[in-house]
Design a binder for this molecule. Sequence first.
Ligand code: F6P
Length: 494
Amino acid sequence: MSRIHGQGGQLEVGVRSVPELFIRAQDGSPRRSSGPRRRLVVVSNRLAPVERGKSSTGGLAVAVQTALQKSGGIWFGWSGQVVSHAVEAPHIAPSGALTYVTLDLSRQDYEEYYNGFANRVLWPLFHFRAGLVEFRRQDLAGYLRVNRAFATHLAPLLRQGDLVWAHDYHLIPLGCELRRLGMEQPIGFFLHTPFPPTELLRILPNHRDMIRALCDYDVIGFQTVHDLKSFRDYLMRELGAQDLGGRRLRVFDRTIRAEAFPIGIDVDIVSNLAIAAAESRQTRRLRESLRARALMIGVDRLDYSKGLLARFEAFEQLIEHFPERRGQVTFMQIAPPSRSEVPEYLEIRRSLEAAAGHINGRFAEFDWTPIRYLNKSFNHRTLAGFFRESRIGVVTPLRDGMNLVAKEFVASQNPADPGVLVLSCFAGAASELGEALIVNPFDRMEITEAMERGLSMSLEERRERWQAMMATLRRNDITAWRENFVGALSAAVR
Ligand code: F6P
């Protein structure tokens, strides 16, 4: 890997550093921590895209990039490269106050750690899809091996005063591996996915070892209070943890802090992008192609957890049951392929192609195609322009940690004529965005009805709902997320 670029003009690699860390006061307002400035070391499986023009659709990459732009430090993770030779050393790429450190994966590591244990065991399990779990001991061994390799290559780069912040289900044992190497810095973990209830977690054959390893982190963060509750419930019921109050728990002779830190977005960046993109060439092309029809939009990684099939069927029901909508509304689903070597992802891709073909074949006219289904990604600027052009944003995952698309859709709207968000009650974002049209994605007709309601909603109601959601987005933005987590981590006493 060579250079690391931002994308679409939005996310230039930052060189500014935030002079002090902040923590939130009890009343929710930010206040400065009194401690000295500390370097932040972020570890995640994937880093932001490395090639100019390529866009990340992943919430983690976007959020972490924004956070690190402000604080400076190290971002450590997989290079995205799978190589045939043995991996001996990381690539180190300084960029202003930030240094990117990346490791290639061997084919075997990639298969076992990424495709195998992370994406065929933890991902489906954490998204409540027990039936899709494919556990193999060999994959677990690969997962543990890669976590150990990450720790081995990261440890020599750490300084005493650093704060280490690991992200997501790929890296549950990383903290434990760093401790094994004698690292004593505060180490935190944030889970971007949901955390499953105890009975589901028990499906994982090594659940005790995994959670024991997780408890080597000092601060463990979740997207919502539901996830936090599930985690606490597991610790208390399965491991006899003691609640010390103040979000602290005593378990395995250690004191840990577990808390919900709902991830946010940089509201101004997104809304400015949308304003700038409103008259871009692509937005104009889209607008012209619509010929004054209302646009409904969905943007998701092509993943079975996103509820895309039900969403397509809900749209089919809309044009079936509300014939006056035929020729009047277009649904555009952007779904860049993801984890394409995992069989369940091949399967969902086939099903969606068939569903889109079926619906278009059934309802299309010579001058109207009901569904535009695109298996490609767009940069953030283009997406923000498309969101602003849309009357409805459809975000209907069957289960989702947060879903930043929901937030980006809202922030991209034109205040004078905002669109409507149709949002799954099983997305973490629903805990914050109660003014969206909240639906149960398992009830297709409920999605259909919300689509229809959104299409016929008055401007006044759209404005009211949008303003309330914007106030929430501003309160819980990306800065609050980072400062709250880092504040908790820097307060961790070791
Ligand atoms: O939601 C969890 C997550 O790690 C996100 O940060 C991101 O959306 C996605 O999964 C990344 O998927 P992958 O790296 O497998 O393409």
